[in-house]
Design a protein around this ligand. Structure first.
Ligand code: ATP
Ligand code: MG
Length: 416
């Protein structure tokens, strides 16, 4: 679990702003659920035989009332729980997004943390395949907006529950035949969650997996049509994709379309965004059935990819230097009047010599220093000293100060 220090947090804020306006551009509205839920919700929603439920959840008993609680490892279960609890689909389907920390007790390594952050979108009450395609198009737009290149779209269909059960049978038969070549994980999963064997990262398993029967061959006509429709829209929109028959996703609730956006620049932790349909989840956690589709993005991984596109640190417009009793009093009015105008102002607090205050002004990265000494204060004037340009210091009346600041700031921007 990491501290995100101010310098880094500025990059987070920049990305968050971009994400919010992008999500609004597709009609997604923000939903905020608690960080904690009852453990049973995640067990039911994600599935007992998954990595998350088997070994990654931070679960504990609330000593005050004996309740079993878990720090959320993901937010789809919580979003669906909230939709059921508050009858959010009463007036029809809804598009929601969330942003926030998730918790998984994993082995920490680059790109894998115990507290990490996801931005995610859930299209609730939509049977697709139109909304599935829209979600992929919107991701493609984000990569473009952020200037990210080389993200590969992998796609698969997991069919309906019934088709998946037929396939699971065929897969288990096949795995039994190759029993001697399976690793320990595969031997265990073969009985609990055989589809997850396909997701193994063990190179020794690659050959067995390559020879396994494919889910796509078990799709019925309706599932096949759904999958083809998604692909047709991708082709119409010029979005490249690869069908990956081994893409099964780690969570049990998926069906039909599943997808991942993968980068080769992140090593083994290359999946930046993952999602798919989960038409059975509402019913699975006690609601009326509702079709739905969603995805989640790992924000840390996104930021790592964006590292190369350096973001300049956020500096204030003005650093307000003030010295002497009258100037110190007047400084509050001056600072507020500049903020009224929309400027960001760091008001020097804590006194000190003129020279030391100017040093702080410079270090703050502010474009200009506004200087208020007792002499200026008595004359109801202030000095403006541009800090980044070789422009002469000027002295102006306080009522003309915001406009004078604006003139210098916009002049500087104009030159950039
Ligand atoms: P993996 O197979 O790599 O463990 P997952 O299937 O557990 O992935 P999801 O639950 O689908 O991952 O989460 C969606 C995205 O959230 C991932 O693609 C990744 O970008 C990010 N993510 C998941 N777990 C972590 C983590 N521990 N640290 C950082 N990011 C994570
Ligand atoms: Mg995982």
């Amino acid at each position: 679990m990491n501290d995100i220090l101010p310098e880094e947090a500025e990059r987070w804020e920049g990305l968050e702003d971009a994400l919010r306006s992008w999500l609004r551009g597709y009609g997604y509205r923000n939903i905020r659920t608690p960080i904690l839920e009852q453990t049973g919700l995640f067990r039911r929603a994600i599935g007992e035989a998954t990595d998350i439920v088997e070994k990654e959840m931070y679960s504990f008993v609330d000593e005050l009332n004996g309740e079993q609680l878990t720090l959320r490892p993901e937010a789809t279960a919580s979003t669906v729980r909230a939709a059921i609890q508050h009858s959010l689909l009463y007036n029809g389907p809804q598009r929601y997004y969330y942003f926030g920390p998730m918790f998984r007790h994993e082995r920490p390594q680059k790109g894998r943390y115990r507290q990490f952050h996801q931005v995610g979108a859930e299209a609730l009450g939509f049977p697709g395949p139109d909304v599935d395609a829209e979600m992929l198009l919107m991701c493609a737009r984000l990569w473009n907006d952020l200037g990210l290149e080389g993200l590969r779209l992998e796609l698969n269909s997991l069919g309906s529950a019934e088709e998946r059960a037929n396939y699971r049978g065929a897969l288990v038969d096949y795995l039994k035949l190759r029993h001697g070549e399976l690793d320990k994980d595969a031997l265990r999963r073969m009985h609990t969650n055989p589809l997850r064997v396909l997701d193994s990262k063990n190179p020794a398993m690659a050959e067995v997996i390559a020879g396994a029967p494919r889910m796509l061959e078990y799709l019925g006509a309706a599932s096949r049509a759904h999958f083809e429709w998604v692909q047709r829209i991708l082709k119409d929109s010029g979005i490249a994709y690869q069908i990956n028959p081994r893409l099964v996703r780690g969570l049990d609730y998926y069906n039909l379309t599943v997808f991942e956006w993968v980068s080769d620049r992140l090593g083994a932790q290359g999946t930046v965004c993952a999602g798919g349909r989960y038409d059975g989840l509402f019913e699975q956690i006690g609601g009326r059935p509702q079709p739905a589709c969603g995805w989640a993005m790992g924000v840390e991984r996104l930021l790592t990819l964006l590292e190369e596109n350096a973001v300049s640190p956020q500096a204030p417009d003005v650093y307000l230097v003030n010295q002497g009793e009258e100037a110190e009093r007047l400084a509050f009015r001056v600072a507020e009047s500049l903020r009224d105008y929309g400027f960001s102002v760091v008001h020097h607090c804590g006194g000190g010599s003129f020279k030391s205050q100017m040093k702080r002004a410079d270090a703050s990265g502010a474009a200009i220093a506004v200087i208020l000494g007792d002499e200026e204060a008595r004359a109801l004037e202030a000095s403006i000293k541009p800090l980044r340009e070789a422009i002469e210091q000027i002295r102006v009346r306080l009522d003309a100060l915001p406009e004078a600041v604006a003139e210098i700031l916009y002049q500087e921007e104009g030159e950039v």
